[in-house]
Design a protein around this ligand. Structure first.
Ligand code: FEO
Ligand code: CA
Ligand code: CA
Ligand code: CA
Length: 568
């Protein structure tokens, strides 16, 4: 019966089997080519990628960045521009001359800082496929030292002030740029996720109770993950305890103006942001769905005070509004709990800087690591990938809440993940209540029964784990990308490498479209203006992909139908 479902599918391609090799696979009648790989020059005169060194520090802010993630395309005065997150680094690969990638100098740290953040670049298609337009005036890199401003209720608060920025409004850099989003007015939203690992302390320091509690909840530890604090005092919390408060935000970037300064929108809260899915309520107010990807943390929604009016100034829209956190009830109802000084007992700015603590005070539901959220363009409903949670029901995270099994998080030691879907009341994304169901619960019916087998729409032909990236196309297909276990053994037998699947929101049918090279995760998805190309991100591939030999390079690939028909 399940095989028949696949043959009667609404999808215009024949699903592919799992793969375990160092290659990309797509269905018959489709092909892929590289658009850009880590280290590709954005400007004339910049050296081609060097597999011995991974590139020089001097040129590291003039190339496509490392670890490609969320991305969006823009059509600007006849030019195709793409904004792409460069989430983090694989320092052993990026600094091949060091032992285990541990930076030995300020220059090593600077190179890592330059390879991350966001790449904005013009792209074009000719007979050989898609490529970067070198020297385009749109090309820019927004790395860990790029000037930004803060706006909204927390901008200028004492907890955002540092020795270099006594105003608390002028921040250098964006980091941990994971998922992304696009506003109705055509700006790019880049989301700061795992910012905590960039900070460390070179000496013992006495922190205020407020700062200390924040460090505990957000995972700021004395030992940094990348060694920045040893060579760049800005990342040394024993010198500048407030610097970590300046990250963990959603940043708005205007890709149409390469001179514009990115803005950290503090009204959207501070946590480990995954993506930012923006949509409109029927009255024109802007609704932005936001996930906090950490075990035992929450799912959020921002609703603007003012409506979006095309053609009018949009600069205030993401500065003025209310942040809500989701409560999911076991009876498949749910509600959005407003975070306000009244409900949290915190002042407005502190509530936004320590959003996680504010959400704990109102009794929100701890989730199985919310990753990307996507809204259906043809129905008033939203989907969130809950990637997995090995600790569900077992223990709490440091400083976090209890994580009981229940509601949309029905499994203890959840290895596979699920996708929760909610239907806002009155077909209004700004409504206070919703109903929910699970679009899919991943699992493995070939090795387990019961909850570990997954939901009915999981079968031998579409096995996957750890859904993460997600986006709808204009035809109403929901595309699901995975970042999970690729051992292809035991609990994960038959799943193969990380992959991209297509889902039918109406029937729940899910089929496999693409498999990535061994070791990679598939993350980031957007389309060319003519919808004849789908851009897909391949992050941290293994081996030496995409070359025969040398260093592996995260890359964005362009996928087309061989008949050049629409692909989403
Ligand atoms: Fe950067 Fe939660 O993925
Ligand atoms: Ca992710
Ligand atoms: Ca990842
Ligand atoms: Ca993930």
């Amino acid at each position: 019966a399940k095989a028949q479902t696949v043959s009667a599918s609404r999808f215009p391609f024949k699903p592919i089997p799992p793969h375990t090799d160092f290659d990309i696979h797509v269905p018959e009648g489709y092909s892929w080519k590289i658009l850009a790989s880590w280290g590709d020059p954005l400007f004339d005169g910049v050296s081609e990628f060097d597999h011995e060194t991974g590139g020089s520090v001097e040129e590291s802010d003039k190339v496509f960045g490392e670890n490609t993630d969320g991305m969006e395309t823009y059509q600007i005065r006849g030019h195709q521009v793409i904004a792409i997150n460069n989430e983090y680094v694989n320092s052993d690969i990026n600094l091949p001359q060091t032992e285990d990638g541990i930076p030995q100098s300020k220059a090593d740290v600077l190179k890592l800082q330059n390879l991350q953040g966001v790449t904005v670049m013009e792209i074009t298609e000719d007979d050989d496929g898609w490529r970067i337009v070198r020297n385009s005036p749109f090309n820019r890199r927004l790395h860990h030292n790029a000037p930004m401003t803060a706006s909204g209720p927390a901008a200028g608060h004492d907890l955002l002030k540092t020795s270099a920025d006594p105003d608390g409004k002028h921040i250098l850099g964006t980091m941990g740029n994971c998922g992304a989003g696009k506003t109705p007015w055509g700006t790019y939203l880049t989301c700061e996720e795992n910012f905590n690992g960039y900070f460390g302390a070179t000496s013992d320091a006495r922190y205020s109770d407020t700062v200390k509690a924040g460090y505990e909840r957000y995972g700021i530890a004395p030992e940094g993950r990348y060694g920045y604090e040893k060579f760049d005092p800005r990342f040394d919390t024993s010198k500048d305890p407030n610097e970590p408060h300046r990250f963990g935000w959603v940043v708005e970037i205007d890709p149409t103006d390469p001179e514009s300064t990115p803005v950290k929108r503090t009204a959207l809260g501070r946590f480990k942001h995954e993506n930012a899915e923006a949509t409109l309520a029927p009255d024109g107010r802007v609704v932005v769905y936001l996930g906090d990807d950490e075990r035992g943390e929450f799912l959020y929604r921002f609703v603007s005070t003012h409506p979006y009016v095309p053609g009018e100034n949009t600069d205030h829209l993401l500065d003025d509004g209310t942040l809500y956190v989701a409560k999911f009830n076991d009876d498949q109802t749910g509600e959005w709990l407003a975070l306000t000084p009244e409900t949290t007992g915190m002042d407005q700015a502190e509530m936004l800087i320590f959003t996680r603590m504010a959400a704990s005070k109102v009794g929100a539901t701890t989730m199985d690591r919310p990753e990307w959220i996507a809204t259906n363009p043809y129905a008033v409903e939203a989907y969130c990938c809950l990637t997995n949670n090995k600790n569900r029901g077992i223990k709490t995270n440091a400083g976090g809440d209890e994580t009981p099994v229940g509601g949309p998080n029905p499994r203890e030691a959840n290895k596979y993940g699920q996708i929760v879907r909610w239907y806002p009341a009155n077909e209004d994304h700004a409504a206070e209540t919703f109903n929910w169901d699970l679009f899919v619960m991943a699992g493995n019916p070939t090795v387990h029964e019961g909850l570990k087998a997954g939901s009915d729409n999981i079968n031998e032909g579409n096995l996957f784990n750890s859904p993460d990236g997600m986006a709808f196309d204009t035809s109403g297909i929901v595309w699901i990308q995975t970042d999970g276990n690729y051992s292809n053994e035991g609990d994960f037998a038959g799943m193969g490498n990380n992959q991209q699947l297509a889902g039918d929101p109406a029937t729940g049918e899910i089929v496999r479209f693409l498999t990535g090279p061994y070791g990679s995760e598939i993350t980031g998805l957007c389309w060319s203006a003519d919808r004849r190309t789908m851009f897909v991100g391949v992050q941290h591939p293994g081996g030496s992909w995409p070359a025969e030999a040398g260093l592996p390079r995260s890359s964005v690939v362009a996928i087309k139908r061989d008949d050049n028909d629409l692909i989403g």
